[in-house]
Unconditional design. Structure first.
Length: 337
């Protein structure tokens, strides 16, 4: 069976971008008998950008409750918390030792931090932690540990999957025979109509831009947030361009093809922004309304969430422990014989 794996960093409240770009396609894929799926809460990754323990804790709870509320079946998938798998940081070390620094210099997240520093006339590496620099190596360990074939992610993560491939390849080349490679080389999977969902201000929806629409807001708050989506000044009756509109882009991510065609026509006919936003609210609310109730219920029972995570960790470690034994042996640090 093909293995599918993906993770979400536990620093914020899940938003429509995470849902459309990662959670929804992952849960859909998990229902197919073609795949064996692994979904996890990337809480070690959270520590790279968040040093507020209460926030990491709360976010872990919210993200776990989100996946469960959306109908993730933990009997057929492996759903776990990254930090419960003690073998992951160990594998990360092995990969650190085969990964060239030059490759990491090219990572987008690191380069963005350096560019921002230089622009402000600061030292290039100011406030860059080893955590940020090593981010793609930790991610490679997540992926290679479980032999993932496919990694569904948003566009922003493609580079990291390629880097994981690179590190896996290098490990195989150095430590394994051609016939028996230990590392499975992963491929990224990006849904094409939803690759990067836009946020309130038209930029990519992202925790770091503060422009998100959280997934499980109350109905009232959801409508309020949708009303804040930036639009141009065209009045009702004036034709609007769907292809530059965030309202339309989000519509497309939730609508059927027929509904999208219909909205396109309404834009051409000069639908008013208020009306379009009301329709968008109804569309989203219909898709997530039921899950919202389950989510609120789960959030009041954290011990039940924890139980699910423990079950997942046990399943995951049935694979990670033997995998790590093989890796230790391959590099020459297993017990003496
Ligand atoms: P993170 O937590 O930033 O985002 C989780 C997933 O959501 C996708 N995403 C989006 N997709 C579409 N539109 C958006 N506006 C949007 N915002 C976020 C992201 O592409 C991602 O797929 N490093 C990863 C987490 C991670 C991981 C892994 C993923 C750690 N280890 C191993 C896959 C495999 C991250 O920070 O994602």
């Amino acid at each position: 069976k093909q293995r599918v794996l993906t993770g979400i960093t536990t620093t914020g409240t899940p938003h429509l971008g995470n849902y459309v770009g990662a959670i929804r396609p992952a849960i859909e894929a998990s229902r197919s008998s073609e795949f064996e799926s692994f979904f996890f809460l990337a809480d070690y990754h959270a520590l790279i950008k968040c040093h507020d323990p209460a926030q990491v804790h709360q976010s872990t709870k919210e993200i776990a409750a989100t996946w469960l509320a959306l109908g993730l079946d933990t009997d057929i998938t492996t759903f776990y918390r990254q930090s419960d798998i003690r073998e992951i940081p160990e594998l990360m070390w092995m990969l650190n030792c085969v990964c060239s620094k030059g490759l990491m210099n090219r990572a987008h997240a690191y380069k963005a931090a350096v560019d921002a520093n230089l622009e402000e006339g600061e030292d290039a590496d100011k406030a860059v932690t080893m955590g940020l620099f090593n981010y793609p190596v930790l991610m490679a360990a997540d992926i290679l540990m479980f032999g993932a074939h496919k990694v569904p992610v948003g566009k922003d993560q493609i580079q990291h999957i390629e880097m994981a491939r690179d590190m896996g390849q290098r490990f195989n080349h150095i430590f394994c025979s051609k016939k028996n490679p230990l590392m499975t080389l992963p491929e990224h999977v990006v849904g094409d109509n939803v690759a990067v969902l836009q946020g309130l201000d038209g930029r990519k929806m992202s925790k770091s831009y503060g422009n998100t629409i959280p997934l499980f807001l109350s109905e009232k708050q959801l409508q309020k947030h949708i009303n804040k989506i930036k639009t141009n000044l065209l009045e009702p009756g004036e034709a609007k361009d769907p292809d530059t509109s965030t309202v339309f882009q989000i519509w497309q991510a939730f609508a059927s093809e027929a509904q999208t065609a219909e909205m396109r026509q309404q834009f051409a006919d000069g639908i008013g922004w208020g009306d379009a936003k009301k329709q968008l609210f109804a569309l989203i609310n219909e898709e997530i309304g039921e899950a919202r109730e389950k989510y609120n219920d789960l959030m009041s029972r954290p011990q039940d969430i924890e139980e699910e995570l423990q079950k997942g960790a046990e399943k995951a470690r049935q694979l990670s422990v033997p995998m790590m034994e093989k890796v230790r042996e391959a590099v020459g640090i297993a017990g003496l014989k």
